[in-house]
Design a protein around this ligand. Sequence first.
Ligand code: PMP
Length: 383
Amino acid sequence: MIPGPIEFDNDVLAAMGKQSLSHVSPEFIDIFADSLDMMRKVWMCPNGQPFIIAGTGTLAMDLAGANLVESHDRVLVVSTGYFGERYAQLLDRYDADINVLRSVPGEAVPIELIERELRKEKYKILIFTHVDTSTAVKVKAKALGELGLKYDIITVLDGVCSVAGEEIRQQEWGIDVVLTASQKAIGVPPGLALLVVSERAMGKFMKRKSKVRNYYADWTNWLPIMHAYERRIPSYFGTPAVNLVSALNISLKQILEEGLENRFERHRRTGMAFRAAIKALGMNQIPADECAANTLSAPYYPSGVKASEFLQAVNQAGVTLAGGLLPELKNEYFRIGHMGKINSDEVIVTIKAIETSLKKCNHDFNEGAGTRAAIDILNVNEL
Ligand code: PMP
């Protein structure tokens, strides 16, 4: 129950253990082409250009940075935690003229503040982390997409902790780049950088004045490969991660079978159940209610409960949780990932393990209250 890598489906894992196909075989070409097509559906961006490239989520961030940013371009980064800071550091390599708007931990930057900045200065790109995995803060992606259209700015959404879990309607919301990694709500072991780019952003990329300064990331190298796969003809730039792509194909099919609306709703309920349980156990949480993510939760330890003792006790109870990530609060909170194929039983088992561990750490609380709060929201019977 960590915020990635998540637990993977057996059929997805089976694809990883098969003999690797040739990347130019008709069988693999179909797998790749169908995956690109399914990405447009999962991202809800029928006119977008999908990319599947071997690498991690950070490469997906770098792909947007390397291809869309040129020296001295003005970029506004809205940072709600660790990964917003990473984006600013990354863009510095491309000599961008960066301004970072930061929130206090647990809050989002108010939309009015962002708009005020956009009115004041002409920016080329607006970058934001949809759900920052260090704070469990979710920002209003739709409103930021609208600002991008209003001020004619390219919008980039880091959706590593949100795509296929939180609601994103890329095309309808006018967001230019939605990027993620395979190991989270997409449900595939780590190793794929995935992104869909709008027609508008591809148009701006085509009009670049300078060469892309990162050879591996350059869309000039990858675009013909994506096009060739969709036209079902063999091509080569870098050997694709064939097993991961085969696993992605299976996972995307499962996501579309569940249906995106059902999936958003299931994640919403799971998020609500965890937040209610945490509250019922007398713990505070990093994100304010109005900007709390549905893909992970970030509770503060109750006073007197030590991080190492608690996490060890949870492990002994059979559940793996993650410690804090935000440097200034690292030992004051922990994180529960709840994205992908999480069912009600897993939610309840996790909350029970948290209760058992709090008891072991001598925290005084209303035993069973967390489990009951979650059961009420999930509308299920106790295990
Ligand atoms: N952005 C966010 C919001 C993330 O949560 C992560 C990973 N936890 C990344 C970017 C970077 O992804 P990766 O670790 O796969 O490079």
